[in-house]
Design a protein around this ligand. Structure first.
Ligand code: S3P
Length: 173
């Protein structure tokens, strides 16, 4: 098995960091959003706009039920662990690592590109974005904190986060 599963809110850097971890440990990298986009031949925004969030969550669940992962680093969509018992599925697939970050730092990272992200594309001020993220994180941490490891990303360069995750991965491999 030997899969590493990165979970956490959008914008925390799961894919950037996951790609590095995959390179270092000679694993294959996959991003669940990219897999869904490929399978559906539509962007995540198109899926949300055409069919709604509930349909997207079903696609996420289906992906986890029907895919086989071996020696992968998996970057998950930010909401994936928080619906349909997916957090338990992810824990069965591999070692789960929650990348934890404050709402303020997330809002900084997400503000400029928010239009491309269906859940926050309509938000018009940074303050509203921080409030939205804070509320979501409060709801979602119940799931995120079930991860096997929690790594605090606040104020760290991505290479530092990669090093910390590397230490975890060495232990479990
Ligand atoms: C979502 C996060 C996104 C994507 C979708 C919904 C969420 O993934 O799955 O827009 O509910 O937090 P990233 O975390 O990869 O941006």
């Amino acid at each position: 098995m030997s899969n590493v599963v990165l979970i956490g809110y959008m914008g925390v850097g799961k894919s950037t960091i996951g790609i590095e971890i995959a390179k270092i440990f000679s694993k294959d990298f996959i991003d669940t959003d990219a897999l869904i986009e490929e399978k559906e031949s539509k962007s995540i925004s198109e899926i949300f706009n055409l069919f709604g969030e509930r349909h997207f969550r079903k696609l996420e669940e289906r992906l986890l039920i029907h895919s086989q992962f071996h020696n992968h680093v998996i970057s998950t969509g930010g909401g994936m662990p928080c619906f349909d018992n997916n957090v338990m599925r992810l824990k069965e697939i591999g070692t789960t690592i929650y990348l934890k970050i404050s709402p303020e730092n997330l809002a900084d990272r997400l503000w400029v590109g928010r239009k491309k992200r269906p859940l926050i594309s309509q938000i018009e001020t940074v303050e509203d974005l921080v409030d939205f993220i804070r509320t979501k994180l409060e709801e979602r941490e119940e799931y995120y904190l079930q991860a096997d490891f929690v790594i605090d990303v606040n104020g760290k360069a991505s290479c530092e986060v990669v090093d910390e995750i590397g230490t975890v991965v060495k232990k479990i491999n």
